[in-house]
Write a protein that binds this ligand. Structure first.
Ligand SMILES: Cc1ncc(COP(=O)(O)O)c(C=O)c1O
Length: 388
């Protein structure tokens, strides 16, 4: 007789094999899952919510598109720069203007320049909200508690609401933890955006959600949340399978230790990268403490036209020469040469709504030797490029 496998923990496989999984479910999301998530937020002992304050979206990308779409046309949400382009492009497209940003400061651990934020809010009466991405993409910065409290104060002073993208909230390392919006928001209206794309990680599930905080404190904000809910009601169902899996995965005792170990490994890689790239004096390098990115900046004046890295393959070389033979930012030019010469793809910081020149890398390579080889190669490429 074939032996039956029994699992000591509820298994995602059970959901896959259940007929019920393949039927419709509420457009706003499965009630039991929203109850589970509301309970998790309430355990933080900050703002308290009910399952009604949660609405599911087809990944946070969908949530981001919707949130700016339903803000009054003339109103603006100010966000961090360098900017994660899904937010900044959606907000800018909605307003029909350039993105409105506050500076993250590479000379101060990428912490936000709070004077810049304050002044931009004060002198721009169209600003109705502040966006926080915590931990941040692309810098890997984790907002300190005091900084979050100051942003909450600014929101209170100017009667703004807050949007906090917390998709990386449980991805922190090297002794740092991220404070949730729910813990610091007090009585300010706000939306936290969460999802399973990064921390499970299950990006293909297209499953993210919004949590509305303090709807009862502001009728305009309440109407805005209602409009977001209504926008989802147009769809007859939400992403059911991942929603059924959420309590099983996040509620499994193994999840915490899985996350701790994975975070520890990202932290280790962050330090290894720091050891390699800190040695280049032309770079501003900040160690990261959250998410899985690092943004490295070339000091002012170090990037110039005409710099290059030798490319052995003549076909690739002529292709890169064609790419750089246009009016492009200096950091994009460097990125093309690095790709052509070393086969390594990084993202220029000028493409994150920033006047800074630099590039973003990910900390996801799990093979230690490949990681070391890749970053040593990046460093060698930078050195060659700068002295050419
Ligand atoms: C800050 C941030 N928010 C949202 C997303 C998108 O998440 P999703 O896969 O749920 O659309 C990403 C993905 O890179 C991200 O970095």
């Amino acid at each position: 007789m074939k032996r039956k496998i029994t699992y000591s923990h509820p298994n995602v496989k059970d959901i896959v094999f259940s007929r019920e999984t393949y039927s419709y479910c509420p457009s706003k999301g499965i009630l039991a899952t929203r109850k589970f998530l509301a309970e998790q937020t309430n355990q933080l002992k900050g703002v308290q919510i009910t399952p009604d304050d949660i609405c599911f979206f087809n990944g946070l990308g969908d949530a981001i598109a919707k949130v700016y779409q339903y803000i009054t046309l003339t109103s603006r949400v100010i966000g961090p720069s360098p900017a994660y382009s899904t937010h900044s492009s959606a907000e800018a497209a909605h307003a029909g203007h350039e993105p409105l940003t506050y500076k993250l400061d590479p000379d101060n651990k990428w912490y936000p320049d709070l004077d810049d934020l304050y002044n931009k809010v004060k002198y721009n009466p169209n600003v109705v909200g502040i966006l926080i991405i915590n931990p941040d993409n692309p810098t890997g910065m984790v907002y300190p508690y005091e900084t979050l409290k100051r942003i909450v104060e600014i929101a209170k002073e100017f009667k703004l609401f807050l949007i906090c993208d917390e998709i990386y909230i449980n991805i922190t390392y090297n002794g740092v933890r991220a404070y949730s919006l729910a813990e610091v928001i007090d009585d300010v209206p706000g939306i936290s955006m969460k999802g399973i794309s990064k921390e499970v990680p299950w990006p293909g599930a297209r499953c993210g959600w919004m949590e509305y905080y303090n709807r009862d404190k502001d009728p305009d904000f309440n109407r805005f949340c209602q409009a977001l809910d209504n926008a989802k009601m147009i769809e007859v169902c939400s992403t059911k399978l991942p929603q059924l899996a959420i309590p099983k995965i996040l509620g499994d005792p193994r999840f915490k230790s899985y996350r701790e170990e994975t975070n520890r490994n990202i932290g280790k890689r962050s330090k290894m990268i720091a050891d390699i790239l800190r040695t280049v004096p032309e770079l501003t390098f900040n160690e990261t403490f959250g998410a899985f990115y690092n943004t490295i900046i070339f000091r002012e004046g170090t990037l110039k036209p005409g710099q290059m890295i030798k490319i052995a393959d003549s076909q690739i070389s002529s292709m890169v020469e064609q790419w750089v033979d246009q009016d492009i930012p200096y950091d994009k030019r460097f990125v093309y040469y690095l790709l052509g010469a070393k086969g390594i793809c990084v993202v220029p910081i000028s493409s994150f709504c920033s006047e800074l020149q630099g590039f973003r890398v990910t900390l996801l390579e799990e093979n230690e030797k490949t990681l070391m080889d890749t970053f040593t190669s990046i460093r060698d490429g930078i050195v060659e490029y700068l002295i050419s």
